[in-house]
Design a binder for this molecule. Sequence first.
Ligand code: NAD
Length: 357
Amino acid sequence: MPPGLVETDHNAASWLSSVNSKRKSHATVSNATAQEDAQPARKRWTIYLLEDFPPQAVQFCKDNFETILPSDPEVRNWRENADAIVVRERVITAEDISATKKLKAIGKQGTGIDIIDLDACDKANIKVLNTPGVNASAVAELTMCLAFAVARQIRTISVKQEQGLEVRKEHCCGLTLTGSCIGVMGMGAIGKMVASMFRDALGCTIYAYDPILPADAWADLPHVRVSSMDEMVPNVDVLSLHVPLLPSTRGCISMAQFRKMKPTAILLNCARGGLVNEKDLVAALREDIIWGAGLDCHEQEPPSLEMYKDLWETGKVVSTPHIGATCASTQVKTAITALERILVYHDSIPTPPYEKA
Ligand SMILES: NC(=O)c1ccc[n+]([C@@H]2O[C@H](COP(=O)([O-])OP(=O)(O)OC[C@H]3O[C@@H](n4cnc5c(N)ncnc54)[C@H](O)[C@@H]3O)[C@@H](O)[C@H]2O)c1
């Protein structure tokens, strides 16, 4: 087992060995071609890892590129010297981009690219290479987890017990989700996986709202396609958000939607803080307008007691600090996939004379 992987990471270990064998066979073919063509070896790009990444990803980077680690003082010169960088959470501004001298690609571990100034990258012809879909199952599993936890009041019950308070089962009253209606806003990689999990595991009816994807999308998944949130919101027992945060989606769930939801409805946000009007959510929970909420994403991250005291005091919320993709195996897969995408991009660029060894 590669170093740094824990015993339960069967998922990451087998994935990593398939990546390595894929690259070895690619290398064999490339070597054969290189010998036939008698081309000089290509100078490898220098990649600056601006944040800490799993050891397997760092090794992959060292195997394929000149690598500057975040612990190396040289890392602060990335704007001048990097051919490519890899980030997870670090914000890359237009000023950063305008200060770069030879940057050609930004690898982004994970899906969300709202931390990078895309317009500036576009203008400077810098590719932004994220890892859509790779973390979908991890985020979908957390979404399911929050749904069950809210439905069965797990947090309140558990916290009370730990405080030494007696919790009598006759005072607990949860909801079941089997056969319920699930509304999914945004049926991309994660939304579709959430829908499949609810459908396959619990026989749920799926309402799907995604005005961007074509009418025949998700042909393999029985669902009710709706053309507006209003068609979906009043009918669902769970409303799960899986859209990016855009000017058009900011605050898309507020009191107007809460008032249309069932009093037993659960709201889930494992997408982005800012989609939900949090003040309205507190009011909706206090006034029993909806049943509860499971939130992996908040306006303030990580969420603090100071900011979320009112929300958490309702006892109807389970909050986590954006941990959707934070599983050891997912971290390895997303980091290596970002590097693989840089490698594919690197290999796709014709070798200019100055890059030959
Ligand atoms: N909690 C976490 O740790 C975590 C991890 C990864 C991704 N995310 C977030 O989850 C969200 C979904 O990620 P994904 O990988 O499935 O992305 P994706 O691009 O595959 O899917 C997003 C979907 O939203 C749809 N969409 C866009 N605007 C919409 C709108 N106004 N109404 C309805 N649908 C709309 C798009 O057509 C697309 O199908 C993103 O916000 C991403 O940042 C969170």
